[in-house]
Design a protein around this ligand. Structure first.
Ligand SMILES: Nc1ncnc2c1ncn2[C@@H]1O[C@H](COP(=O)(O)OP(=O)(O)OP(=O)(O)O)[C@@H](O)[C@H]1O
Ligand code: SF4
Ligand SMILES: [Mg+2]
Length: 331
């Protein structure tokens, strides 16, 4: 595998919150270390509140990390001054969940794309042709450029949001639940568009989703998050066919993964119902945060927080008692 395009080391985010009259802090992202390789799709999955958006935004330094480092193509983003960071920004783009809120309703699509193209130094005379080419790339007619966002459906707006991200000429796109606000009928089209663009342009993609079944069809690797922590990280096959972490197994049981061909054809509505209440983030439990829900908990799970280690399946999991590999009867 090629050198990583992005690597985060011990990246953590804490937020100040109020607990009654007291000031407190929550850990939205526990110190996390992972890499994104050039050209790969890394899916980040987990239930609501598990820290997916925080990780996706922190990776791009769109939220200020409380600790850790972000290396993008060899540059430490945390060490950059605001001006240097702004210069680098076009190479790192984000596509958001809400295609209704993410486009300025007062601007035409041509103006929206033109301002990004201008920002990255495309001469004014070349912008209209580039904007038309971007529309074609995302499967929309060029006459869309004269209209405002209100004229488009949710799926079309998400295509426009993708065109806007592409206009910057990115190498990495973090797509934060880009289909979960869309009708089921257009979800597959938008996912396939992202995958096609990724292949055609050699992009690297971090794809955030609730839906393990859907990401099994598109991801090279999957990071599973629980309570602000990556609890399992492995290839899509390892994570979906031989999960090592009991939480991943529970997620899979609630969202069975069909085979990849079927998953592509039947990408489902994303928002999975939360499985149960999460523990308090203001006063996190000792040991493993998944303990109260875990059928495999051991005595030490109450006291020792697990950290990522190699599993019998060859993936990484933060668990003292991972699920055995298939065919392995020793526990
Ligand atoms: N600006 C903030 N201030 C305080 N707490 C925050 C802030 N942003 C997120 N959080 C908290 O951090 C935790 C992780 O939130 P995050 O939005 O990253 O989760 P998520 O996995 O993306 O959830 P969802 O699936 O609902 O989008 C949650 O408990 C959330 O309430
Ligand atoms: S560390 Fe213990 S409680 Fe946590 S997931 Fe593993 S077995 Fe379950
Ligand atoms: Mg989120």
């Amino acid at each position: 595998m090629s050198a990583p395009l992005l690597s985060v080391q011990d990246l953590g985010v804490r937020y100040p919150v109020r607990a009654g009259l007291r000031r407190a802090e929550i850990t939205a992202l526990a110190p996390t270390t992972l890499e994104l390789h050039r050209g790969e799709t890394l899916a980040i999955v987990g239930e609501s509140g598990s820290g997916k958006t925080t990780l996706g935004r922190a990776m791009l330094r769109l939220v200020e990390p409380s600790q850790g480092h972000i290396l993008f193509d060899g540059t430490d983003l945390c060490a950059l001054r605001p001006r240097a960071l702004r210069r680098l920004r076009p190479r790192l783009q984000m596509v958001f969940q809400d295609p209704y809120g993410s486009l300025n309703p007062r601007q035409s699509i041509g103006t929206i794309l033109g301002s990004v193209l201008g920002h990255v130094g495309v001469p004014r005379a070349e912008r209209p042709a580039r904007a038309r080419a971007l529309m074609a790339d995302v499967g929309l007619d060029a006459d869309a450029l004269s209209r405002r966002p209100a004229a488009f459906s949710g799926g079309q707006r998400q295509r426009i949001a993708i065109a806007r991200a592409l206009a910057a000429g990115p190498e990495l796109i973090v797509a934060d639940e880009p289909i979960s606000a869309l009708d089921v009928s257009v979800q597959a089209q938008v996912v396939n568009l992202l995958q096609d663009l990724k292949r055609a342009r050699g992009l690297t993609l971090a794809f955030i989703s609730h839906d393990l079944g859907m990401v099994a069809a598109i991801a090279d690797r999957i990071a599973v998050m629980y309570f602000g922590q990556v609890v399992e990280l492995g290839t899509a096959a390892q994570v979906t066919h031989a999960p090592a972490h009991p939480y991943t197994r529970m997620l899979l049981a609630s969202q069975p993964v069909p085979d990849v061909a079927r998953a592509r054809a039947t990408i489902r509505a994303a928002a999975a119902a939360p499985l149960a209440d999460l523990p308090s983030q203001i006063a996190p439990p000792a040991g493993c945060p998944f303990r109260s829900r875990c059928p495999r908990a051991l005595g030490r799970c109450a006291t020792d927080p697990p950290t990522l280690g190699i599993t019998p399946q060859g993936a990484l999991a933060a668990c003292h008692n991972p699920e055995p590999a298939q065919g392995d009867t020793t526990e």
